[in-house]
Write a protein that binds this ligand. Structure first.
Ligand code: MN
Length: 394
């Protein structure tokens, strides 16, 4: 079984078949995996990196297969690229335990092995990193080890492999659309968080598409229309129950002493979320999800709108009394970091004893990438204080 690169569909499907085949007679494997939010960027990065790598490399999605139902934007993209969901690889299909211990792993769109993978692999398995999040400092010998600020990580991947971009074939248009999907959605169509990397990627990939013949009945490249299609699919979430909205774009971390924090990014505002079934049900839903994930601290970040209408909100809730102080600590750090927080709805979501607070965030550039390190730091500091306090009493 060899890997066929005439279309992305062929590539993804023969790669899956070839990986499953090689599991029968343990052979060294190379996989490339994005982060657990499995957004368009993570998906694009893993498929593009795998495609451009000359030796067999399999793109993995960092979620169970069943969670694909939470990603209407991925469905849209898969349909557009005629990729069949059956051909994708997930962390439970095949199970990670079936992969050889020697598996070489490239991380894209994050730079540290996530808990689901850490159960099977070690830092030594990580051989390459391309990312645009805060550098966690791991895998210093990874090659490449590129961690730079960029609207989308797919822009870094595209630029890194520019020299080996295929010179012929229809797959050029598919690769270009996949890279553009990530670059455009992560920069809200080049209006937000745009860097040189994104501009050069968009320029390069649009050049590829515009240089290709438009087939009979085909349409000319229309950036706005392409972007709108993905944007609308991504925002088609009105029907989703709260638990799915929380899971849809979810990230969590375990800090030094085992304290857990998770952050949901939701494309609806707090007003909408609270009014759907009433505020108490909304809060209870968050609490249940946090308990299910065994969290000490939970946060919901919301964004809605484009351009002048773009709005950010943030809620932080300490579920365990021992880390209650982390909410105030976070607020202090956030103000120092210029997140420009202002109490949401006259304190309508704040608890009396300070373990839950919600704000409107007027710094519109700071996304979860910037907010999560502050939240994690606050949790670490408070946990250390609590521990120190206990020890001094002994
Ligand atoms: Mn990303």
């Amino acid at each position: 079984m060899s890997i066929i690169r005439t279309s992305l569909r062929q590539f993804v499907s023969t790669t899956r078949a070839s990986l499953l085949q090689s599991l029968k007679a343990p052979k060294p494997l190379h996989i490339v995996i994005g982060n657990e939010s499995v957004d368009i960027d993570s998906f694009a990065c893993s498929v593009l990196y795998a495609y451009y790598t000359p030796t067999p490399t399999a793109p993995f999605l960092s979620m169970p297969r069943v969670d694909l139902t939470l990603k209407p934007e991925l469905h849209h993209l898969l349909t557009l690229l005629q990729i069949s969901p059956e051909d994708l690889l997930f962390i439970d299909d095949p199970p990670l335990s079936a992969l050889p211990k020697s598996t070489r792993i490239t991380l894209v769109d994050h730079n540290e092995l996530e808990p689901a993978l850490r159960a099977y692999f070690q830092e030594a398995n990580v051989r390459g990193i391309i990312d645009h999040h805060e550098d966690e400092g791991g895998s210093p010998n990874a090659k490449p080890r590129i961690i730079e600020r960029s609207g989308s990580c797919a822009s870094l991947v595209t630029n890194y492999f520019k020299e080996v971009f295929p010179t012929s074939g229809a797959v050029r248009g598919e690769l270009a659309r996949l890279g553009l999907a990530a670059a455009l959605i992560d920069t809200t169509n080049l209006t937000n968080k745009v860097t040189e990397h994104d501009l050069s990627t968009v320029g390069f990939l649009e050049g590829v598409i515009n240089g290709m013949p438009v087939g009979p009945g085909g349409e000319k490249w229309d950036r706005q229309k392409f972007f709108n299609g993905i944007w609308d699919a991504k925002n088609d979430i009105d029907h989703m129950p709260l638990r799915d909205l929380l899971r849809k774009d979810w990230k969590e971390w375990t800090e030094g002493d085992g304290k857990k924090v998770g952050i949901a990014a939701i494309l609806k505002d707090l007003d909408w979320l609270g009014s759907r079934q009433g505020q108490d049900t909304f809060l209870q839903g968050i609490k249940s999800w946090a308990q299910e994930r065994e969290l000490d601290l939970v946060s919901v970040m919301t964004t809605i709108g484009q351009g002048d209408e773009f709005k950010r909100e943030l809620m932080v809730w300490a579920l365990d009394d021992s880390v209650k102080e982390s909410v105030a600590t976070f607020e202090e750090k956030a103000q120092k970091a210029d997140l420009r927080l202002q109490t949401w709805g006259e304190g309508g979501l704040d608890s009396k004893d300070g373990d839950r607070k919600a704000w409107r965030q007027f710094n519109l550039v700071a996304s979860r990438k910037q907010v999560s390190p502050l939240l994690r730091e606050s949790l670490r500091e408070v946990a250390v204080e609590v521990k120190g306090g206990r020890e001094s009493k002994v």
